[in-house]
Design a protein around this ligand. Sequence first.
Ligand code: PRP
Ligand code: URA
Ligand code: MG
Length: 209
Amino acid sequence: MGKVFICDHPLIQHKLAYIRDEKTITKDFRELVDEVATLMAYEITRDIPLTDAQVTTPVTTANCRMISGRMLGLIPILRAGLGMVDGILKLVPAAKVGHIGLYRDPETLQPVEYYVKLPTDVQERELIVIDPMLATGGSANAAIELLKRRGCSSMKLMCLIAAPEGIKAVQNAHPEIDIYVAAIDDFLNDHGYIVPGLGDAGDRLFGTK
Ligand SMILES: O=P(O)(O)OC[C@H]1O[C@H](OP(=O)(O)OP(=O)(O)O)[C@H](O)[C@@H]1O
Ligand SMILES: O=c1cc[nH]c(=O)[nH]1
Ligand SMILES: [Mg+2]
C-alpha cells in the first residue's frame, strides 16, 4: 500500500493556517500556496536517487553526489493545481509540466475532462500529480488513470488538504501511489467540500468568486 505523508513542518502548517483563513485575499492566498508548494517539494523529492560524482573545485577534487536517473514531470490538475507549479519549479527547474484539465460537476461530483497536454516523454518521467484539494478523490483518480493509460508507471500525488474519503478512494483505486499532504481534514460536507478545508481552491487562487 502506498504511504500517506503529512508534511508537518512548522512553516508549512503556519502558512496553511493563513491559506485556510477566509480573510486572506487572493494575492496573499496565491503567494502562500506557492510558498507551501516549494516547502512540500522539498519533502516529496527527498528520495530522489543520487550517484557519486567528482567535481574539481579551485582547491582540489571533491567527491559529491548528484541527482541521477529519471527526470521529473509535474502534472497539475487544472485549474487549482496550477497554483502549486511555480513553487515546485523553483526547486526542480528542469522538470517538464503536463496539464490535465478537469472540473468537478457540482451535481454529480464526477470529474469532467476538458484538456490534456503532456510532455512527449511523460512515460519515462517520475511524475508528481498536483492538486491542492483531494475531496472525493474523483479528480485525482481520473488524472492518475489517464496517465496510466498513456503508459506512465511512476507517480506520486501532492495535495495541500485531503479528506479521509479522498485518501481512501485513491488508495482503493491506486494502492501503489504515495500521497503527500499538508493536512488531513475531518470530512466532506453535502456539497463535497472538505471540512474545515479552505473553500474552493480554484476560485480563491484566481479570484473567480
Ligand atoms: O476530489 P474531488 O471530489 O474530485 O475534488 C477535488 C477537485 O475539485 C477542485 O477542482 P474544481 O472542480 O473546483 O475545478 P477548478 O480547479 O477549476 O476550480 C479541486 O481543485 C480538485 O481538482
Ligand atoms: O473543499 C473543496 C473540495 C473540492 N474542491 C475544492 O476546491 N475545495
Ligand atoms: Mg474549483
